[in-house]
Design a protein around this ligand. Sequence first.
Ligand code: GLP
Length: 256
Amino acid sequence: MKVIILATAEEVGDHAARAIITGVSAGTISVLGVATGSSPLPIYRALAAHRAADLHTLTAYALDEYVGLPAAHPQSYRSVIDAEVTIPLGLDPDRVHVPDGSAVDIEAACVSYDLAIADSGGIDLQILGIGGDGHIGFNEPTSSFASRTRVKTLAPQTRADNARFFESIDDVPVHCITQGLGTIMEAKQILLVALGATKASAVAAAVEGPITSMCPASILQMHPDATVILDSAAASKLRLTAYYHYVAAHLPIWQR
Ligand code: GLP
């Protein structure tokens, strides 16, 4: 994994946004995987400042959605993606896809979501955050590395973490639809962002720990093109920090 450590959340957002804009301009990114959560917000803010950069041509797929929240609920990931991504970036709403957590046949909705991604030619770049327990999307610890988009039960800690967006923890859905780890691993490029000290242990386990379903993000060590962009607090439990800075200071000319 490529590890990039920057001083602030704003720098993390700018760096990631530059990589996305470069890919869109070069024609290598036409399908973007988008994530909810606070970590990717600086990326969306930086992208919104570059709306002119042909972003409206993008197709987007969200990682996950709560089961049982109507799409119009302010905390449905459909609403959150509309407010944080679709509108500020000027994307075509018809090309922004979120799993259907209100489908009558939820299992069928999961299967058709993976098929839709494949029909679009696959995800060119997937943005990821990381949960405090190492989850990506809503793939909680012990999720299968081969998993596809499916229904999962949220861990009590994840519900507690997300309760800040609801009036009470009882309002946080128990189930979700999430792209599987196998689905996420098919993205051509992965860009994981983590901000703040509360993510430091999960980041260290994902980047430098063993590959284990106890830390779902550790599967990214098997991805051929995964980059982790961190602020210094999220990087604070890494052991090879000096090496990551050394690599950044000695990039081959064609990667600068
Ligand atoms: C939720 C989302 C994840 C996100 C995680 C961390 O569980 N499903 O995609 O990475 O929260 O969110 P935050 O970045 O707000 O800490």
